[in-house]
Design a protein around this ligand. Structure first.
Ligand code: PNS
Length: 158
């Protein structure tokens, strides 16, 4: 069974993340979405909220699980018996940080491989920080996030 971890902050999850998740779910037997909890930056949504929101988004796909983790990503991946870590690459500017992280993770654990997937190009400029900013000022973000996330963002910024 090929298990892969898709880690991130997901504050909140966007259609760009979901695009990566669907691609990963078609390539691997099981995808475990790992929500990082121990953030130095305070997220808008609590870990429990993010877990619930993401679970709602992927509830119809059988080979996806949603979990949260603290500490090192490679330790979480080992605990999940994952062979690989998925990261999304949207544009060249993502590459340097992702490359460093992938190589450091490989140094920490040689048998876990980072796999990069590219989302549909319509999501190249999408990120959670921009989504929160747009939501705060009541811009139309309906094409960037699923409906349940839209509702949760509205509740936060009401
Ligand atoms: O969605 P993000 O914020 O880009 O995800 C970053 C994430 C969660 C993948 C990264 O911060 C991470 O792996 N954190 C866990 C701590 C860790 O393992 N750090 C060493 C990375 S080489």
């Amino acid at each position: 069974m090929k298990i892969v971890v898709y880690p991130g902050t997901f504050d909140p999850i966007t259609n760009g993340h979901l695009d990566i998740i669907y691609r990963a779910a078609s390539l691997f037997d099981k995808v475990i979405i790992g929500i990082l909890t121990n953030l130095t930056k305070k997220p808008l949504f609590t870990t429990e909220e993010r877990l619930e929101m993401i679970s709602q988004c992927v509830k119809d796909i059988k080979n996806i699980e949603v979990k949260s983790f603290n500490g090192l990503l490679v330790d979480f991946a080992k605990e999940m018996n994952a062979e690989a870590i998925i990261r999304g690459l949207r544009q060249v500017s993502d590459f340097e940080y992702e490359f460093q992280m992938a190589l450091m993770n490989r140094k920490l654990c040689e048998n876990i491989t980072t796999v990069f997937l590219m989302p549909n190009e319509k999501y190249t400029y999408l990120n959670s920080t921009l989504i929160k900013e747009l939501a705060r000022y009541n811009a139309d973000i309906s094409e960037f996030v699923p409906n349940n996330i839209l509702e949760e963002l509205k509740r936060k910024f009401l």
